[in-house]
Design a protein around this ligand. Structure first.
Ligand SMILES: [Zn+2]
Length: 187
C-alpha cells in the first residue's frame, strides 16, 4: 500500500514538474519595480504577483504597507502561499484606503450587523409560522369534529350505498364480455 501511494505521488510530482518546467510568463519590468524606479532582476520576488498589466495592485498595497514590508512578508513565506498573501494584502489595503479608521474590520462589523438583523428577522418569521401552524391545526380539529358529527347521523345511509355496489351484477357481465373479446386469440 505504501509503495503504491508513493508511486502515485511520484507520478503526480513528475506531472506537476513537467507543467512547472515551462516557466510562467513574467513580464519585465514588473509593476512594482516600475513604480519603485528600480531594475527588475531575473529573480524579482514581486514580479510573479505584480505584473505590469495591473499597476494599481502594487500602488495600493505599497501606499498602505510599504514596498519593503511587502518584500519582507513575501520572503518569509513559502512560495505556494505568496499569491494568497499578496491578494490578502491588496484586499486589506483597498479596505484601509476606503475606510481609514476601521479598514476591513469596518466591513466585518457591517456584515456582522447584517447577520444579526437577518437572524432577528428569521426568528420573527419562524414565530409567525409556528403561530399559523397552531391556528391551522385548531381549524382542522374543528372541521374534523363537525364532519364526524354529520357523518354519524347519516352513517346508515352510506353503508347501504356500499352494499349496493357489492351486489351489483353488472360488473360480472362486463368481465364476461372482456373474456369474449379475448377468445378468438386462443383458438
Ligand atoms: Zn520586479
Amino acid at each position: 500500500m505504501n509503495s503504491s501511494s508513493s508511486s502515485f505521488s511520484s507520478t503526480v510530482a513528475t506531472a506537476t514538474s513537467s507543467i512547472l518546467s515551462t516557466p510562467p510568463v513574467i513580464l519585465s519590468p514588473c509593476a512594482a519595480c516600475k513604480i519603485l524606479r528600480r531594475r527588475c532582476v531575473e529573480k524579482c520576488v514581486l514580479a510573479p504577483y505584480f505584473p505590469p498589466t495591473e499597476p494599481l495592485k502594487f500602488t495600493i498595497a505599497h501606499r498602505v504597507f510599504g514596498a519593503s514590508n511587502i518584500i519582507k512578508m513575501l520572503q518569509e513565506l513559502p512560495e505556494e502561499q505568496r499569491a494568497d498573501a499578496v491578494n490578502s494584502m491588496v484586499y486589506e489595503a483597498n479596505a484601509r484606503i476606503r475606510d481609514p479608521v476601521y479598514g476591513c474590520a469596518g466591513a466585518i462589523c457591517q456584515l456582522q450587523k447584517q447577520i444579526s438583523e437577518l437572524q432577528a428577522e428569521f426568528a420573527k418569521a419562524h414565530a409567525e409560522i409556528m403561530n399559523l401552524k397552531c391556528q391551522n391545526s385548531n381549524l382542522l380539529a374543528l372541521v374534523c369534529m363537525e364532519v364526524s358529527e354529520n357523518s354519524s347521523s347519516s352513517s346508515l345511509l352510506s353503508s347501504d350505498h356500499i352494499n349496493d355496489y357489492g351486489n351489483n351484477t353488472s360488473m360480472f357481465l362486463e368481465d364476461n364480455s372482456v373474456y369474449a373479446a379475448w377468445e378468438p386469440l386462443w383458438t
